[in-house]
Design a binder for this molecule. Structure first.
Ligand SMILES: Nc1ncnc2c1ncn2[C@@H]1O[C@H](COP(=O)(O)OP(=O)(O)OP(=O)(O)O)[C@@H](O)[C@H]1O
Ligand SMILES: [Mg+2]
Length: 243
């Protein structure tokens, strides 16, 4: 579905990406895991066109495009919500930029808020809610974007362990409901083994895929499954070796 070909980017002579290539099959859930500062968010910046690449090409369904602006939902690692809009209006932003949201849109947003445990906070403003709630609202907004592709940069980082588990379940439900193809960055190995169809381990400078793991098994997966526990160990080892 998406082909990233030879993306390159340097900052002040520092080679963050050099001929980085990646393919995302349709409806796949790809998880990127790598050391802090290796270039994951930079990759998303280039994909979304917020930062110009030094080189590289991008193909969506075989058609070359300059970037994914308007073609993918994107949840950035920071600066998530617009402070002057209530949570529900933040979530409906992808709709409002195109047309006036209808009562059906609001009903759908409320249902999504319910599954993200945000019910009752629809009319709160970002400053009135916790970081985790703001993050869940940003996730709702990303999913509201009517595109098959969603890029998520550490979407579950600001939530407690229990909420994280329920968000993982929600994410899987939403993926199957909306048929999304997802590319997600995480530092959490549990996220990776529970959610991914494919886990890519990344190295620093320039960022390369050092190893690929296919967890297998139907989702939702059992976190105490021995095969998954073994896979977690292998991933942690692979990350350590890359340091
Ligand atoms: N706008 C910028 N100007 C200069 N250097 C930058 C800029 N954005 C990123 N970098 C550098 O590029 C490298 C990769 O940063 P990036 O944010 O992509 O890492 P990351 O893998 O997302 O890290 P983390 O896991 O901590 O979020 C870092 O060395 C960073 O300092
Ligand atoms: Mg980052």
């Amino acid at each position: 579905m998406l082909e990233i070909l030879n993306f390159s980017k340097s900052y002040n002579g520092h080679n963050v990406l050099s001929n980085f290539s990646l393919e995302l099959p349709r409806k796949s859930f790809t998880v990127l895991v790598g050391p802090s500062g290796c270039g994951k968010s930079t990759l998303f910046d280039l994909l979304m066109g917020t930062v110009p690449p030094d080189g590289g090409r991008l193909f969506l369904f075989g058609e070359e495009i300059p970037n994914l602006r308007g073609k993918a939902g994107y949840m950035a690692q920071k600066d998530l919500l617009l402070p002057w809009l209530s949570l529900i209006h933040n979530a409906l932003l992808p709709v409002s930029v195109k047309r006036k949201p209808t009562s059906e849109d609001f009903a759908e947003a409320k249902a999504l808020f319910n599954s993200l445990e945000l019910s009752g906070f629809e009319n709160h403003y970002p400053r009135q809610v916790s970081g985790g709630m703001a993050q869940r609202c940003a996730l709702a907004r990303t999913l509201f974007f009517q595109a098959q592709l969603a890029l998520l940069d550490e979407p579950l980082s600001a939530v407690d362990a229990l909420t994280r588990q329920s968000l993982r379940t929600t994410l899987l439900l939403l993926q199957s409901r909306f048929d999304k193809t997802i590319l997600m960055v995480t530092h959490d190995v549990d996220d990776a083994v529970l959610l991914a169809d494919r886990i890519l381990i990344l190295s620093r400078s320039p960022m390369t895929v050092t190893e690929e793991f296919i967890p297998g098994g139907k989702k939702p997966r059992n976190p105490t499954n021995t095969a998954l526990l073994r896979l977690k160990e292998r991933i942690l080892l692979s990350l350590q070796e890359g340091r």
